[in-house]
Design a protein around this ligand. Sequence first.
Ligand SMILES: Cc1ncc(COP(=O)(O)O)c(C=O)c1O
Length: 448
Amino acid sequence: MQFCILRATLYADKMRLNIVHPGADELTYEIREIVEVGRELERMGVPILWENIGDPVAKGEKIPQWIKDIITKTVVEDESSFAYSPTKGLLATREFIAKMRNAEGGAQITPEDILFFNGLGDAISKVYTYLHKTARVIGPNPAYPTHSSSEGAHAGSHHITYALNPHRNWLPDLEDLRNKVKYNPNIAGILIINPDNPTGMVYPEKVLREIVAIAREFDLFIISDEIYANIVYGEEKMLTLSQVLGDVPGIAMKGLSKEIPWPGARSGWIEFYNKQKDPLFARYAKSLVDAKMLEVCSTTLPQKVLPQIFSDARYPAYLKSRAAAYAHRADIAYNIFRGVRGITAPKPAGAFYMAGVFDDGILNGHQTLPIVSEEVKRFIEQKVSGVSPDKRFAYYLMASTGICVVPLSGFNSNLHGFRVTLLEGDEVKFRTTMQTIADKIGEYIKTI
Ligand SMILES: Cc1ncc(COP(=O)(O)O)c(C=O)c1O
């Protein structure tokens, strides 16, 4: 009794056990974290131009009426939107997807190889959570943070990466990839994001085939996040994982958030390729289905309308027109940033992002931009204390101009730079925003 009282007094502020997951520190998502700073600035009277979030709808893109009509017609059917769906997803939808995939002529799948999730974010989280504790997946640097954070958290240590080279159009450094795979026996899989977020790079066929060859040589599986697969506008032809992986086990990740675009539907799915070729891969795939079963299923309505939308004759033309708009904005931004000393910003070929990297050593901890309000200035000076050099730039840019970009270091990267989106539909506003960023880079790197 006495001991209990003494213990309670001594450890009053302590949990009985450490309840913090060993990977807790890996969970970061700068794309949204920077919003908090932006909101504070808004409260101080700085109007913010949100260039951070990849949500076309939030940026004002209009969903075609015919898509809305399909959804509104379907939503009133009780079983379509109010009922649970099967754990893997509606059978008719999975049959539709399997047929569409098999027509591409690559790895063949059945509806049983498809598993729906509540958005790809849910899929990404489960794919890493249910990997064996010591099995690692190597991914690109810079990386979309949901992948790098979830993978790092699963393993309780930093995500392992291969470099994307900004001086070679963001192409992956295959020698780096090969060496890391070779000398790290815990690597069990390779992640590619194709087209890539944050760089807009589309993996060329030759590169994809070399990655597949590395996976085959070392008995790895491949994950290909293809959420932007239908938003491609560069010279590079987009090839999906199913078209190049041959007999290597693989997972493709697809979704509705970006291409309909319908991020609020929270709907995405994964496709397992060559499950039958490896019993461990098949067992792992089953564990993902079992994990989803514990949750019962994923959102029903988006699955129900997917075949109707994807098979509509207007859909390809709609995607084409959106891709053309991004291509045009990519040209504008590329031509603006190309003239700026101190940064490299390759032209994106897919998705709707563009990333610029500062030259080595050009940033320091003293550079600033003019800020009119004393209150805002004091706030930002306090916020930049101890942050990475590109975050410092992003904070000053936001306080000085209201433009909110994401620092590249927030993409689990050792590179310092920024990511912008190509989502602004008002061309004058888009040009002005990009030009302002370019001008401010010039101003910023001049200050010592
Ligand atoms: C590469 C990539 N994968 C997955 C996601 C998450 O998509 P969802 O809205 O389906 O969760 C995003 C969102 O920005 C993304 O850029």
